[in-house]
Design a protein around this ligand. Structure first.
Ligand code: PGA
Ligand code: ZN
Length: 423
């Protein structure tokens, strides 16, 4: 068979934060070569698949030589001779070989790297672009780019509790135009911040982290930028928030401490009241992790109250794992799940998570990590999964722009066949 795997190997490379990560190479019998690089998160959920780190002196313990070694030895021997076009067989062979329920023996970074590189190899062997190979002939919808432009919480050093504020250009006629709307607004915001004497340095995902006095000021700055860029808030563009509420919930339960803004200690009910005020006042279209991962009642109350109006996304509580997404669906906690390949650690399981959301009538929101590489797998994957939106950082930092550029390329390649819509 020409798509039979001939060789698999891995290399320790650096991610966008300068931390080691895994790059994996696959060669097929027909001569096809591919490689893939694994992202890495910072504000991670408790139940994410385990990123294997060496814990030795080099790179302050963050080296991935053991994960690389696992690819070069055990994983390679188990997969050489298998058909790369049977993604499920490849992924489940690695899952069984690992033998743990969180990929902690071989490393989710080792397994995902191979999983992604195998998908790429199978796609090129069958002469299809990755999005068409994974998504079929109907994979023509280019996701709305939810662009991270302002940061708070653990991603910044200011008085904003929420981790990410994103611009959502749902009123644009195409991806190309949507990307232009948000990139223009990003630059206008930079000018506004400069004129107010505020910092314009950027965080890990490329968003600004100005020293706003409050959460409200952050949102108001964004709205000012949207208007100044000549767009209509709520019509051309709305706002998405990722509270990453784990970061202001010391025990990950229904007790919060909004330390950055000084709003102080709050219970779930108070936090939801605050959210109601903001939802009343501002054009917010999507809210991720409005409460912390252990606060299931909080997710349920929030979704009951606002779920018919906005997309309520679970990230840290679901960790792209069907076990937790199923629980969320049954309980009515959220109406959407964040989807991150490395939270679960294989392409097949990520697709299973997406499928579960789709079957429940949920949305699913494809996402990068704060530590990324120049790999554009996510762009193709988002088109293949047909979810309609993704988050992959701001209008700067090469590892973020690489994904946007790949989406521009896909839209161009599809010519008149591409689609762009929020819902
Ligand atoms: P992370 O954060 O990639 O640092 O985990 C992103 C998020 O919380 O969505
Ligand atoms: Zn998140």
């Amino acid at each position: 068979m020409n798509s039979t795997i001939k060789n698999i190997s891995a290399l320790e490379i650096l991610d966008s934060r300068g931390n080691p990560t895994v790059r994996t190479y696959v060669i097929l019998e027909d001569g096809t070569k591919s490689f893939a690089s694994v992202p890495s998160g910072a504000s991670t959920g408790q139940n994410e698949a385990v990123e294997l780190r060496d814990g030795e002196k080099r790179y302050n313990g963050t080296g991935v030589q053991n994960a690389v070694n696992n690819v070069n030895t055990e994983i390679a021997s188990a997969l050489v001779g298998k058909d790369a076009s049977n993604q499920k067989d490849i992924d489940y062979t690695m899952i069984e070989l690992d033998g743990t329920n969180n990929k902690s023996r071989l490393g989710a970074n080792a397994i995902l790297g191979v999983s992604m590189a195998v998908a790429k190899a199978a796609a090129s062997s069958s002469k299809l672009p990755l999005y068409a190979y994974l998504g079929g002939a109907n994979a023509v919808r280019i996701p709305v780019p939810c662009m991270n432009i302002l940061n708070g919480g653990e991603h910044a050093d200011n008085s904003v509790d929420f981790q990410e504020f994103m611009l959502v250009p749902h009123g644009a006629p195409s991806f190309k135009e949507g990307l232009r709307y948000v990139a223009e607004t990003f630059h206008i915001l930079k000018g506004i911040l400069k004129s107010k004497g505020m910092a314009t340095s950027v965080g890990d995902e490329g968003g600004f982290a100005p020293n706003c006095a409050s959460n409200e000021e952050a949102i108001e700055l964004i709205i000012e930028a949207i208007k100044k860029a000549n767009y209509k808030p709520g019509i051309d563009m709305s706002i998405a928030i990722d509270s990453a509420a784990n970061s202001f919930s010391p025990n990950l339960d229904g007790n919060y401490d909004l330390i950055w803004s000084g709003l102080g200690k709050m219970k779930t009910a108070d936090l939801i009241e605050k959210s109601a005020e903001w939802l009343e006042k501002y054009p917010i279209i999507l809210w991720e992790d409005p409460v912390s991962e252990g606060d299931w009642e909080g997710y349920i109350t929030f979704t009951k109250r606002f779920g018919d109006k906005i997309e309520v996304v679970g990230d840290d509580n679901f960790v792209t794992n069907t076990k937790y997404i199923k629980k969320g669906i049954e309980m009515g906690a959220c109406n959407s799940a964040l989807i991150k390949l490395n939270q679960i650690g294989s392409v097949t399981e990520t697709i299973e998570a997406v499928r579960m959301c789709r079957e429940a009538g949920w949305r699913y929101f494809l996402s990068h990590r704060s530590g990324e590489t120049e790999d554009t797998f996510l762009a193709d994957f988002a088109v293949a999964m047909d979810g309609g939106h993704l988050k992959t950082g701001s209008a700067c930092r090469g590892e973020r722009i690489a994904k946007y550029n790949r989406l521009l390329e896909i839209e161009h390649e599809l010519k008149g066949r591409s689609e762009y819509r929020w819902k």
